[in-house]
Design a protein around this ligand. Structure first.
Ligand code: KG4
Ligand code: ZN
Length: 351
């Protein structure tokens, strides 16, 4: 029987609701981002994200239902991200989902945000079957895993410090490019030379763990050296290198060189994971998976090594409700039902 599932995603700064039929057919995928309210702070402010979710979630639901041409009564289940993510932001989506499930008398299904990111691969390639290597690259996570059947995951490695999306955002902030920085660096890199500055690639020794703070610091040190007369207060959030004194060519060269180094780090570990596990399928997910250079390099490497690389379309890489509704289908079929006491789980990490 056909199952139409509503997927609610509020783990960070996107209020997103999607409707998906039978785990694959996207009927609606509406995303409202509060990023403009965070831009002045250079990163997501949790209280603002939670407040905006409250303000817009009803409207986002109406838009999703209109796009899907369905009424709430025609929904078969309510799926919601309950972790990982910002506690206040997760609470809004979870409370909303519980209210809907209770009022409509429909099953409530709790979803892991990272599993949802990887499931975007199955919505992209319907023939995709586990096991495969999964790379999740977002603002909060950088993680390599093996995805087994029935939503079981074996984590191979994670970042030891910054997530790669966080590094993109911090470098963008350092260069005065605003928030979120990933898409801007992606765009500007087209104009820059990727080999202009040989930023060091930290590979966090062997194994599958990542590290991006060394790269971030290398960019920081390079920028402060370039900026005449800059008075630097400190590393990270208090950084004040007056990037306005960098000319445009310098900015795009730094952006392209940073992006190339970040992609190199991701590529090295990911290809190593494919080689060591002997798996010939790779799925990428999360906001940074929208990065054009990362996609291009992975697809090229896949071609030369006989690997199948699944890169979901950008709209399914960034946070969205369709991936939440999609991944819930298998769970619904398996009889999974969350109790109304389902709690947020801000630190969960697959499984
Ligand atoms: O998965 P996501 O939408 O939210 C989290 O779960 O964190 O990922 C957001 C991250 C941000 O750091 C953003 O800068 C980055 O993904 N991002 C990108 C691109 N689009 C989004 N990074 C690099 N290139 C992009 N095109
Ligand atoms: Zn995400």
């Amino acid at each position: 029987m056909t199952a139409r599932i509503l997927g609610i995603e509020t783990s960070c700064d996107e209020t997103a609701i999607g409707v998906v039929e039978d785990g694959r057919r996207i009927l609606a995928n509406v995303v409202a981002s509060s990023s403009q309210f965070h831009a002045a702070y250079g990163g997501v402010v949790p209280e603002i994200a939670a407040r905006v979710h409250v303000e817009v979630i009803w409207q986002v639901l109406q838009e999703a239902l209109t796009a899907a041409q369905l009424s709430v009564e025609q929904l078969d289940a309510i799926a919601v991200t309950h972790g990982p993510g910002l506690p206040g932001a997760l609470l809004v989506g979870l409370a909303f989902a519980k209210g809907l499930a209770l009022a409509l008398d429909r099953p409530l299904i709790g979803i892991d945000h990272l599993a949802a990111h990887l499931y975007a691969g199955s919505m992209t390639d319907e023939a995709l079957e586990p096991p495969y290597v999964g790379l999740v690259v977002s603002g909060g996570h950088t993680l390599l895993c093996v995805a087994h059947p029935q939503q079981r995951f074996e984590v191979l490695g994670e970042t030891k410090d910054d997530a790669v999306g966080e590094a993109f955002d911090k470098v963008a902030r350092l260069l005065g490019l605003g928030y979120p920085g990933g898409p801007v660096i992606d765009r500007l890199s087209d104009e820059g030379r990727a080999d202009a500055i040989p930023f060091s690639r930290s590979h966090a020794k062997d194994g599958f763990d990542f590290s991006f703070s060394g790269l971030k610091t290398a960019v920081y040190q390079y920028v402060t050296k370039q900026v005449e007369g800059s008075r630097v207060k400190g590393e990270g959030d208090t950084l004040d290198p007056r990037p306005s004194t960098l000319d445009r060519q310098q900015v795009v060269d730094i952006a392209a060189s940073f992006q190339e180094a970040a992609v190199d780090i991701l590529l090295t570990k990911t290809l190593r994971a494919c080689q060591r596990t002997g798996l010939k399928r790779l799925v990428i997910g999360g906001g940074v998976a929208a990065n054009r250079r990362l996609r291009q390099r992975l697809l090229e490497a896949g071609q030369s090594r006989g690997l199948q690389v699944v890169c979901p379309p950008p709209a399914l890489c960034v946070d969205n409700g369709a991936m939440v509704a999609g991944v819930a289908f298998e769970q619904l079929q398996a009889g999974a039902r969350a109790p109304l006491s389902l709690a947020i789980d801000p630190n969960r990490c697959l499984n």
